[in-house]
Design a protein around this ligand. Structure first.
Ligand code: NAD
Length: 267
């Protein structure tokens, strides 16, 4: 049996960070090397069992990575404001970088591409198996029915910071790519007032917010007389956490480069 992969979780006090840490603690393929929290967090230096129940007390929540800690991969679920520091830490340590942080700015995607020259990186807007399959379906249907109208509707919990979701954007990009059109030109993020008829080829994206919805995405393909709807509903964050953990184990020790979650799931 190979040694477990040493994983540092960046943003480990958050909803996703906790789910990833729990998945690691339950796994035999990975080991939680460090649980990083933001500077000033009330959890700093607290033992993990304060959040995760009874556990061996050899790992604490921490605001910095001890240079002596063995680390193979850093998994980031923080936010756009903390993403740069997470990527810088992975680059400095020369370890794999897996991130699910959404709402990133174009320059942050460029920084990810730049980092891929020296470390293996994998960013995904969504780490659930179902969404990975929905992305594959989106490409096939969009290419097979090029003239059908396509809109995307997503709903998330009331505290989500970014809109539309990174997953809705990824779905729109997949549709645009499959049709050989530019997503930025095709995307319509709001419809209000006397907008007139729908432009051929446009991809509408609508965002709903409320309650504790973990994440729902519906891809609507419509033409005269019929409509095809493909919906994914996430019932808990565990599915994302399991996918992120699988990506972390998969990327450990790989050559520098930019990888996709689809590659982790291939064929
Ligand atoms: P959250 O607000 O619950 O958690 C974010 C955590 O990051 C917080 O605990 C915050 O204190 C921490 N943080 C901020 N700055 C930090 C720093 N410098 N160092 C360490 N920790 C820091 O948010 P969430 O719901 O867990 O979502 C986190 C991100 O993951 C969002 O961008 C969200 O959209 C995204 N997300 C992605 C997926 C996916 O599958 N890719 C799924 C769900 C959520």
């Amino acid at each position: 049996m190979t040694d477990p992969v040493n994983v540092v979780v960046y943003g480990s006090a958050g909803r996703m960070g906790q789910a990833v840490a729990r998945a690691i603690l339950d796994s035999t393929t990975a080991r939680l090397a460090c649980a990083l929290v933001r500077p000033g967090s009330g959890l700093a230096d607290e033992p993990l069992d304060r959040v995760f129940g009874t556990l061996p007390r050899d790992v604490s929540f921490s605001t910095s990575l001890d240079p002596d800690v063995a680390c193979d991969v850093l998994v980031d679920f923080s936010g756009p404001n903390a993403f740069d520091a997470a990527l810088a830490l992975a680059t400095e340590k020369r370890v794999g970088f897996v991130s699910g942080t959404t709402g990133l700015r174009p320059e942050q995607f460029a920084a990810l591409e730049h980092a891929a020259r020296t470390i293996p990186v994998l960013w995904a807007a969504n780490f659930s198996l179902g969404i990975a399959m929905l992305l594959r379906c989106a490409r096939r249907v969009a290419a097979a029915l090029p003239d059908w109208d396509c809109d995307i509707v997503e709903m998330h919990h009331a505290r989500k910071q970014d809109a539309p979701s990174g997953t809705a954007l990824a779905l729109g990009q997949a549709v645009a790519e499959a049709r050989g059109i530019g997503f930025d030109a095709a995307a319509v993020f709001a419809r209000h007032g006397q907008i007139g008829p729908r432009n051929p080829g446009e991809i509408g994206i609508a965002a709903l917010r409320g309650g504790d919805v973990v994440g729902e995405h519906t891809l609507v393909f419509a033409t005269e007389g019929e409509r095809l709807e493909l919906t994914h509903r996430a019932g808990s964050r565990d599915s994302f956490a399991r996918g992120a953990l699988a990506a972390a184990v998969w990327i450990a020790g790989r050559a520098p480069g930019q990888y996709t979650f689809d590659q982790v799931l291939a064929p």
